[in-house]
Design a protein around this ligand. Structure first.
Ligand code: SAM
Length: 236
């Protein structure tokens, strides 16, 4: 199948687009694409397009857009709010959230977090790679670190906040089935939320403490498991 890439918007029929840098290396060097070859381009705005390589330089390629194959997909209205965790594990969470179809990824600063800074550029690259691999035509919004108090203080009343609480709550599938509509999943760091943070979250009117089962999951596992359940019960 043709290689897929996300590029800057807006794409349009007949447009000739210059591709350089790592993407040109991927197409020309790794995939051995040459003029006449077909590539699939997405721009997170107009959808998915077929394009033909019409010129090739040492470090760049020109692609002419032939036709739109699909409009941008409707994105299920689910956010993942997760405490940052160690490099490698957080890359995995970003990848799985993109594959599972999250609309937004937010990182939440908590007291027991061992990570207090994020390389958003690296995370964005992982997110795009995952979206390309699973043929998404829309990218999740990626948000920088926000403190828990700030996030919770401004929580929208019309968005359920499924708070994964390892100390107990409603079984997640039942909680989601009973609450259709815009939602978010909140996952703590490796060390969990501290008691004050748990009380703060539980006090939010939209918050629903949920259990992911009798075992304590690693934060990365918990994020992917909770999102999978939401997608299975409420996603399209
Ligand atoms: N505080 C725990 C400890 O140190 O034993 C570990 C926290 S757990 C590794 C990280 C996060 O995953 C938790 O804050 C929670 O959001 C989520 N989590 C893990 N297992 C869970 C479960 N069985 N039910 C609900 N949430 C869970």
């Amino acid at each position: 199948s043709a290689p897929r890439l996300f590029v800057d918007p807006p794409l349009a029929e007949g447009l000739e687009l210059r591709i350089d840098g790592a993407q040109a290396h991927y197409l020309g060097g790794v995939m051995r694409m040459r003029p006449g070859g077909i590539v699939i381009l997405c721009d997170d705005q107009t959808g998915e397009w077929a394009g033909e390589i019409v010129a090739q330089g040492k470090r760049d390629l020109t692609v002419r857009l032939i036709e739109r194959l699909r409009p941008r997909e409707p994105v299920p209205d689910i956010w993942l709010c997760a405490a940052p965790i160690k490099r490698g594990r957080i890359d995995w969470v970003v990848e799985k959230a993109a594959e599972l179809g999250a609309a937004r990824l937010m990182f939440v600063g908590t007291r027991r977090a061992v990570v207090d800074r994020l390389n958003l550029e690296r995370l964005r690259a992982h997110m795009i790679e995952a979206a390309e691999q699973c043929a998404r035509t829309a990218l999740p919004e990626l948000h920088d670190l926000t403190g828990l108090e700030t996030l919770i203080g401004a929580w929208p009343a019309d968005r359920h906040l499924f708070f994964a609480d390892e100390e107990g709550g409603t079984p997640i599938a039942a909680a989601i089935a009973a609450r259709p509509g815009p939602a978010a999943i909140l996952i703590g760091p490796e060390g969990g939320f501290d008691p004050d943070e748990r009380a703060l979250i539980r006090a939010v009117p939209a918050a629903v403490p949920v259990s992911l089962g009798p075992r304590i999951l690693r934060a990365d596992t918990a994020a992917a498991a909770a999102l999978s359940v939401w997608m299975a019960v409420a996603g399209d």
